[in-house]
Ligand binder design. Structure first.
Ligand code: PRP
Ligand code: URA
Length: 214
């Protein structure tokens, strides 16, 4: 299963800011959006285009338009931090949502919401910043694939080897695009070195200091 790590200097600069524990949620949101643009630009390489005639101020020439069948599906919640970037790049994109939450103990995802536009025969960008055990991404891919999508491309920020291996086993046809392939997972399923809980950092829901054990 192909993994593309976007090692563009700007992507790596932005990723470093996301990793930094001192980056506060308002800055984290802005940087997450910018980094998503960098990763998505790589992920949409090879999307179908149609030739169109266009009149420049000087003469008629042939240009290309992206074939208008793109669907973006953020996995709630953290995938929402990537959606605005995609909607700005592709204003005509159709958007669906899949709600999944990992159980803290089992690390298995539970489905709590799904609302998808028709995906049959369409190209889907599945958005979730963290590919950890891979349970969430693989579950979302299974649901979208069962509805006949022509192709799914998974766009994330940080991937762990365990998540990649699961995607390779269960969805070998889904290419993965990331800004980094990190080293490992902790026992409680966090990517290391990682960037912590993306959803919490995006939405400012980090546990209060007095709630943190020790
Ligand atoms: C995070 C993340 C992924 C999932 C990755 O979501 O956004 O969806 O964990 O882990 P996995 O690869 O082991 O499945 P979380 O369940 O914490 O929900 P949230 O986005 O609502 O915070
Ligand atoms: N989800 C996150 O938000 N971060 C991780 O490191 C793993 C899963």
């Amino acid at each position: 299963m192909p993994l593309t790590v976007v090692d563009h200097p700007l992507a790596q600069h932005l990723l470093t800011q996301l990793r930094d524990v001192s980056t506060p949620p308002p800055v984290f949101r802005t940087i997450a959006k910018r980094l998503t643009i960098a990763v998505v630009l790589e992920a949409v390489r090879g999307l179908p285009t149609v030739d169109v005639e266009v009149d420049t101020p000087l003469e008629r020439t042939t240009g290309r338009r992206i074939y208008p069948d793109l669907v973006a599906v953020p996995i709630l919640r953290a995938g929402l931090g990537m959606l605005e970037a995609v909607a700005e790049l592709f204003p005509e994109v159709s958007v669906g949502y899949i709600g999944l939450e990992r159980d803290d103990a089992t690390l298995l995802p539970t489905y709590y919401y799904e609302k998808l536009p028709p995906v049959e025969g369409r190209h889907v960008l599945l958005l979730d910043p963290m590919l950890a055990t891979g349970g969430s991404a693989a579950g979302a891919c299974a649901s979208i694939a069962s509805k006949g999508a022509a192709e799914i491309r998974f766009v994330c920020v940080v991937a762990a080897p365990q998540g990649l291996a699961k995607m390779e086993r269960e969805h070998p046809d889904v290419p993965v695009f990331a800004a980094a392939l990190d080293r490992d997972l902790t026992d409680n399923g966090y990517i290391v070195p990682g960037l912590g809980d993306f959803g919490d950092r995006l939405f400012g829901t980090m546990p209060a200091v007095h709630d943190v054990p020790g």
